[in-house]
Design a protein around this ligand. Structure first.
Ligand code: IPM
Ligand code: MN
Length: 345
């Protein structure tokens, strides 16, 4: 039987709850398929690891990740203090050169959506920009952060976005602020335009980030794939998540050429820890993307179908979707949908 060795990093705050539910759902679809085995390896990372090991991603976790093909990562709290260990997500993104952060935003049944038919995907450059960690004080009360933009990183994320757009509705919007950030976004835009020659069938259009923030509210259903730099992509992906029902339902894939990490777009929401309250769907959808990545497309579809059916039924919804169900009740409803034999069509 084929085996996929996959790392699980439950994280902190609400992380362990939503990851545990996702693991149960992954095990249920695997059992139903009966054709492959997920070899799940648990690892420590996040704010609890800082207290224990002085770092967000301890060396034994790094070694373990290197033995796996992909990883499912729960949300993790990132400290704000200067000099604190860097974010676990960023550390893993850089370590494995996961250069494209892919965040699909799709209207879902029974979930409030700005428009009924949104189907857009944000592709965010994931290794540089304002996340380059080059920041220093230059004098009393004055500090500087550097925004690194390279042609190499811009071209490879652009190529990723074009390939994706080519498989979808063949539209790519690129987002920048080249009227102000002339050199850095100048390089980014040039990279997009140069890669566009490899994809003559993909139509492109260009937006300033401020205007895209508005267009996303005004006509989100018209966008297909959107590519942008790191911080703009971070901000836009929270905005786009809200258009399709909020952070409870949107997941992301951090893609490199040899490894991938899957995670919900939301954070660790420490105030909801162990309250059995939050929506596990964002993390379950991260699990679905992971199944697609390892080639288990039928199970990915099965997992998605189960979630969509629970949403359609509208009986077991968490508070963020206007319901009263606990996370564990939503989990049981999804597991029940997976376990039920499929209707013969
Ligand atoms: C995200 C998060 C992270 C980011 C934080 C936790 C470092 O907001 O994945 O969008 O800024 O990339
Ligand atoms: Mn974010």
């Amino acid at each position: 039987m084929r085996t996929h060795r996959v790392a699980i990093l439950p994280g902190d705050g609400i992380g362990p709850e939503v990851v545990d539910i996702t693991v149960r759902a992954l095990e249920a679809v695997q059992e139903k398929a009966g054709t492959y085995k997920l070899e799940l390896v648990m690892g420590e990372a996040g704010v609890n690891a800082i207290a224990k090991y002085g770092t967000n991603v301890p060396p034994q976790t790094v070694d373990m990740l290197k033995t796996t093909v992909a990883c499912l990562k729960g949300p993790m709290t990132t400290p704000e203090k200067p000099g604190a260990p860097p974010s676990a997500a960023l550390t893993i993104r850089k370590l494995f050169d996961l250069y494209a952060n892919v965040r699909p935003c799709l209207s879902l049944p029974n979930v409030p959506s700005a428009k009924p038919n949104i189907d857009l995907t944000i592709v965010r450059e994931n290794t540089e920009g304002l996340y380059s960690n080059i920041e220093f004080e230059v004098g009393e009360g004055v500090a500087v952060a550097m925004r690194v933009i390279s042609r190499k990183a811009s071209e490879r994320v652009a190529r990723f976005a074009f390939k994706l757009a080519n498989q979808r509705r063949k539209r790519l919007s690129y987002v920048h602020k080249a009227n102000i950030l002339r050199r850095t976004d100048g390089i980014f835009n040039q990279a997009v335009l140069s890669v566009s020659k490899e994809f003559p069938e993909v139509a492109i259009d260009s937006y300033y980030i401020d205007n895209m923030a508005l267009q996303l509210i005004k006509r989100p259903e018209t966008f297909d794939v959107i590519v942008t730099t790191n911080l703009f992509g971070d901000i836009m992906s929270d905005e786009a998540a809200q258009l399709v029902g909020g952070l409870g339902v949107v997941s992301g894939a951090n893609m490199g050429d040899n490894y991938a990490m899957f995670e919900p777009v939301h954070g660790s929401a420490p105030k909801y820890t162990r309250q059995d309250k939050v929506n596990p769907i964002a993390t379950i959808f991260a699990g679905k993307m992971l199944l697609e990545y390892v080639g288990e497309k039928d199970s990915a579809r099965e997992l998605e179908r189960a979630v969509l059916e629970v949403l359609k039924d509208g009986k077991t919804l968490t508070y963020d979707l206007g319901g009263k169900a606990k996370s564990s009740e939503m989990c049981e409803a999804i597991l029940e949908k997976i376990r039920r034999p499929n209707a013969i069509t």
